[in-house]
Design a protein around this ligand. Structure first.
Ligand code: G6P
Length: 469
C-alpha cells in the first residue's frame, strides 16, 4: 500500500460489516459525520484510516473503500475487555464526565491501554508518507500522539478530544495522569470541544508537568535541551448538514413523520429524546421530570407522548447494565400508572435506527429533550435543528453540553434541577409558534454556517500554522 499523506487514527474504522444473502461478507462505509467531513480531502490527498473493525479477534487485511485505505487493528477478546470496556469506558469515560459513575482504576487495564495505543501508533507510523499528517481522535487513544512522534518525528500530528476534559480536582485522581498529559502533548495541536475543556487541560499541564503555558501555547521540552510548541484550544465539532436537509425535504420522509404521529394516536405534542443508553445523557432525570408532570396533571397522556430512543451501547460494562435496569423500571412504572388503551405515556425504544427514520422522528417531534449531565458536544441537538426547515419545534438543551455554548436560543436547563426541568418542558410545550420560529431561525443559522467542514478546515488550518512556525 503506498504511503498516505493523511492518516486518521480512531478507535473505530468507519465501516459496517454487511452479510449478503448468500452469507458473503461485505464492508460498507458507515455514514458518520467524521467520515463525511474527511472523505473528500482524504481521497484527494491519499488518505488512510487506522481503526478497530468492532469485533473480537477479527484479523482483516487492509482494504480500500471509496479511495481511502482502511487499516484494521485487531483486538483480542481480552484486549476489548481491558482496553475498550475497561480503561477507555470504565476509567476515562466516567472520570472525564465528572465522575457521574465511579471510575475504576486497575493497573492491568492501564497496561492493556498502553499496549493497544502502541499498536495503533505503529500502524499509523507505518502508513504515513514522509512529512505527512496524522490526525488522532478521542479518549481511547490519548497516548498515540507522543508514540507516533517518537516513531516518526517528521510528521505533523493533530489530536481531537471528542468528550469533555475534567477540572484538575477530578483529573488528579487518575493514577497515570502525567503519562496521559505527556501522550497528548505529542500532538502539535490538541483540539477540544469547549474553551473550558482546553483551559482545564492547560491547567493540568501547568500544575502537573510544570511546562510553560502562554495563552493556548505550551512549550514542550524535547529532552535534549530544546523545545517545541503545542497548541491546545477549542474547535467545536458539528454535523454534515447536507444529508439532514435533503432527507427532511423528501416527501416520503415527511409522510413517515405524519405516520409516526398517527401511530402514537395523534397527540397534540410529541416530546423526543434520542441518545446512546449512557449514564451521561440524563435520561433518568428527563423521565422523572416527565413522570411528575403527568402525576401533577400539568400534562395529560391523551395530549402528549414522549418518545425515547435509547440505542444499545457498551452493554458489557456494569454501569451500563445497571442504567438499563433503572430506566426500564422507571418507564414501566410511569406507563403502568398513566397509559390508556389508546395512548402511551412513554414509547421507549431500545434500538438503533437508520438516519432516514431518525429524520422522520425529528420532523414529528414538537419538543426535543437534550438533558445530558455532561456531554462533549451532543450532535443530536444539532441534527434536530438542521432538519427543522419549517422553523418550528423547540430544543430543550442542558447547559452541561458543548452544544450549549453555541445554541444560545435553545431553552436552557440544569438537568439536576427537576423542578426547573419540569418548568422548561412546560415552556417548550406551550411556546407560541412565533417564538418557536424566532428561536429556531437563529439556531439553524448557527448550525448551517458551522458545519463539520468548517470544523475540520479550522482544525487543519491551525495544524498547518503551528507546524509552519
Ligand atoms: C462517543 C465517543 C466516541 C465513540 C462513541 C460511541 O461519541 O466520543 O469516540 O465512538 O461515543 O461509543 P462506542 O464505545 O460504541 O464506540
Amino acid at each position: 500500500m503506498p504511503a498516505a499523506e493523511f492518516v486518521v487514527v480512531a478507535n473505530r474504522l468507519p465501516v459496517d460489516r454487511i452479510i449478503g444473502p448468500g452469507g458473503e461478507e461485505e464492508w460498507r462505509t458507515s455514514p458518520g459525520g467524521l467520515v463525511a467531513a474527511l472523505e473528500p480531502m482524504m481521497r484527494h490527498a491519499h488518505g488512510a484510516w487506522v481503526g478497530w473493525p468492532g469485533q473480537a479477534g477479527l484479523e482483516l487485511e487492509p482494504l480500500e473503500i471509496n479511495g481511502i485505505d482502511l487499516i484494521p487493528i485487531a483486538l483480542s477478546a481480552e484486549e476489548i475487555a481491558d482496553y475498550y470496556e475497561g480503561f477507555a469506558n470504565d476509567t476515562i469515560w466516567p472520570l472525564y464526565h465528572d465522575v457521574i459513575a465511579p471510575p475504576q482504576y486497575h493497573r492491568e487495564w492501564w497496561d492493556a491501554y498502553v499496549r493497544v495505543n502502541r499498536r495503533f501508533a505503529e500502524a499509523a507510523a507505518a502508513a504515513a508518507a514522509p512529512e505527512g499528517t496524522v490526525w488522532v481522535h478521542d479518549y481511547q487513544l490519548q497516548l498515540v500522539p507522543q508514540m507516533v512522534r517518537e516513531l516518526r518525528p517528521d510528521v505533523t500530528i493533530g489530536y481531537f478530544h471528542h468528550i469533555p476534559f475534567p477540572a484538575h480536582g477530578l483529573y488528579a485522581q487518575l493514577p497515570w495522569r502525567d503519562q496521559v498529559l505527556t501522550g497528548l502533548l505529542g500532538a502539535d495541536v490538541i483540539g477540544f470541544q469547549r474553551a473550558q475543556d482546553a483551559t482545564y487541560f492547560l491547567q493540568a499541564v501547568r500544575r502537573r508537568l510544570k511546562y510553560e503555558v502562554k495563552g493556548s501555547a505550551v512549550t514542550v521540552p524535547d529532552g535534549d535541551g530544546g523545545s517545541r510548541t503545542a497548541v491546545a484550544r477549542a474547535f467545536p465539532i458539528s454535523i454534515d448538514t447536507a444529508p439532514y436537509l435533503e432527507l427532511a425535504a423528501r416527501p416520503e420522509v415527511q409522510a413517515r413523520a405524519a405516520e409516526i404521529r398517527a401511530s402514537l394516536g395523534n397527540p397534540s405534542k410529541i416530546l423526543l429524546g434520542v441518545d446512546r443508553l449512557d449514564y451521561t445523557k440524563g435520561i433518568r432525570h428527563r423521565i422523572k421530570a416527565y413522570g411528575e408532570l403527568l402525576e401533577d396533571g400539568r400534562l395529560d397522556v391523551e395530549d402528549v407522548t414522549f418518545v425515547q430512543v435509547a440505542s444499545p451501547s457498551r452493554e458489557r460494562v456494569d454501569a451500563y447494565v445497571h442504567l438499563r435496569d433503572e430506566i426500564e423500571l422507571a418507564v414501566g412504572r410511569i406507563n403502568g400508572d398513566h397509559d390508556t388503551m389508546g395512548h402511551t405515556a412513554i414509547r421507549y425504544l431500545h434500538q438503533g435506527y437508520p438516519r432516514e427514520e431518525m429524520v422522520a422522528l425529528y420532523l414529528a417531534a414538537d419538543v426535543m429533550l437534550v438533558t445530558a449531565l455532561r456531554d462533549g458536544m451532543n450532535l443530536v441537538a444539532k441534527e434536530y435543528v438542521a432538519t427543522r426547515a419549517d422553523n418550528r419545534g423547540v430544543l430543550v438543551l442542558s447547559e452541561f453540553t458543548g452544544a450549549a455554548d453555541e445554541l444560545r436560543q435553545a431553552v436552557r436547563v440544569n438537568p439536576h434541577d427537576i423542578a426547573g426541568l419540569k418548568d422548561a418542558i412546560m415552556t417548550a410545550v406551550e411556546m407560541p409558534g412565533a417564538e418557536q420560529s424566532k428561536r429556531m431561525r437563529s439556531l439553524r443559522r448557527r448550525v448551517l454556517e458551522n458545519d463539520v467542514d468548517a470544523w475540520s478546515s479550522s482544525f487543519l488550518a491551525a495544524l498547518a500554522e503551528v507546524r509552519g512556525r
